[in-house]
Design a protein around this ligand. Structure first.
Ligand code: HOZ
Length: 434
């Protein structure tokens, strides 16, 4: 592992100077621009196993994992071989293919509430389509989301959103018509009373959409019984419950958060892991519900590259590997060791942190109180996080460049890699204390 201080950043600097002239902020997705932590992003040339290497030749232990998909590690040999072979047979047909049937079978087998699924190209597309389905089926317009949850950049969902929206401190986005945004109601996560109030005030709620384990204000688990209570409330009001499992699907358990907590939504959105690192999304639910989607039903949704053979190949190869449930025990052990080590290192340095974790999804908050919702997450010391982030980079560890994102551990994060991370964190905490 090279230390950041040993080499120059000439190539990244040169690329960034060109990029900012060509793309807003020099990036194709806002959080990558390092605005929340200061400095300039590294341009990545390659990734392998648990590490990424930038264009200046510096290698880092990676906990971003492409924001979640890389559960097997980067450039997994089986996935690379499968993709090479698939590419020789054509990269997109715009027609049905065998691989999408196999991936759908794998998803239906794993995710308890899904009987039928529709593939799309991103998590954003999945949540937009899920909401249309819910509105179309119920004939209602209103939608409830939770403060600090992020479900992609669809118009209806950019209200009190997490992820980059929270990171950049943009309350709501210009360009979303007020007439649409007013159909989106919000409530604090982990607070049933507030949600009950929303239902008392509004009769026509089509859907409640929730990250069952939040990843986009940092990792925030649901409190005991909360998801079950949300399920009961929505059922009572004839409102559909959408679990956004783009991050948690196949991540916290093979069957996602719904399997882990034993709570079944009406509609589930998926992405990330089911594409094995290639662009993908999906939404699914009961046969009855999904039969409302065109061409069977009247609710329209379509996509040129949907179900393309490359995304299906990488996804299918990944999901077949995840049939081995011992993988989740391995990830649990590795991530628990990591988080315990980080906690101890912070304590040794006299720095207060709160580390939230479910399985291999985690966030270390620079915070003094338990982080259970957006109000508490937002009390985190972002400046201190920014200093820690850069100190970790200097010691060869690449974290998400925002306090409000989850970290991800992959199967490639060996004991030795975790030990090196903890030792780097010890030095990083020491360097930022005081
Ligand atoms: N919204 C993503 C994380 N929650 C960031 C995606 C990216 O920058 O690639």
């Amino acid at each position: 592992m090279s230390s950041a201080r040993e080499t120059t950043r000439d190539r990244s600097e040169e690329l960034f100077a060109r990029a900012v002239e060509l793309m807003p902020g020099g990036v194709n997705s806002p959080v990558r621009a390092f605005r929340a932590v200061g400095g300039m992003p590294q341009f990545i040339r390659s990734a392998n196993g648990a590490t990424i290497t930038d264009v200046d030749g510096r290698t880092y232990i990676d906990y971003v994992g492409s924001w979640g998909p890389m559960i097997l590690g980067h450039a997994d040999p089986e996935i690379v071989a499968a993709l090479q072979e698939a590419a020789t047979r054509g990269t997109s047909f715009g027609a049905p293919n065998e691989l999408e049937v196999e991936l759908a079978e794998e998803i239906v087998d794993a995710v308890p509430s899904i009987e039928m699924v529709r593939m799309v190209n991103s998590g954003t597309e999945a949540t937009m389509s899920a909401i249309r389905l819910a509105r179309g089926v119920t004939g209602r317009n209103k939608l409830v989301k939770f403060e600090g949850c992020y479900h992609g950049h669809g118009d209806s969902l950019l209200v009190k959103a997490g992820s980059g929206v929270a990171t950049l401190g943009l309350p709501d986005s210009p360009g979303v018509p007020a007439s649409l945004a007013e159909n989106t109601l919000t409530a604090p996560f982990n607070d049933l009373d507030s949600l009950e109030q929303v239902f008392k005030q509004h009769a026509d709620i089509a859907a409640v959409i929730i990250e069952p384990i939040v990843g986009n204000m940092g990792c925030v688990p649901p409190q005991e019984g909360y998801l079950k209570a949300v399920r009961e409330l929505t059922s009572r009001h004839g409102t559909l419950l959408i679990f956004d499992e783009v991050m948690t699907g196949f991540r916290v358990a093979r069957g996602g958060a719904q399997q882990l907590y034993g709570v079944m939504p009406d509609i589930t959105t998926l992405g990330k892991i089911i594409g094995g690192g290639l662009p993908v999304g999906a939404y699914g639910g009961s046969r009855d519900l999904m039969d409302h989607i065109a061409p069977v039903g009247p609710i329209y949704q379509a996509g040129t590259l949907s179900g393309n053979p490359l995304s299906m190949t990488a996804g299918l190869t990944t999901l077949k590997r995840l049939r081995d449930l011992s993988i989740y025990e391995t990830l649990e052990r590795a991530t628990s060791k990591l988080c315990n080590g980080l906690s101890a290192a912070a304590e040794d340095a006299g720095i207060e942190t709160v580390i939230n974790r479910v399985g291999s999804m985690w966030t270390g908050f620079f915070n003094r109180e338990p982080v259970t919702n957006w109000t508490t997450a937002n009390k985190s010391d972002r400046k201190l996080f920014g200093r820690f982030f850069h100190a970790m980079l200097d010691h060869g560890v690449y974290l998400a460049p925002s306090q409000f994102e989850a970290g991800f551990v992959s199967l490639a994060h060996s004991d030795e890699i975790i030990d090196r991370t903890i030792s780097a964190a010890g030095k990083a905490f020491d360097s930022i204390k005081g």
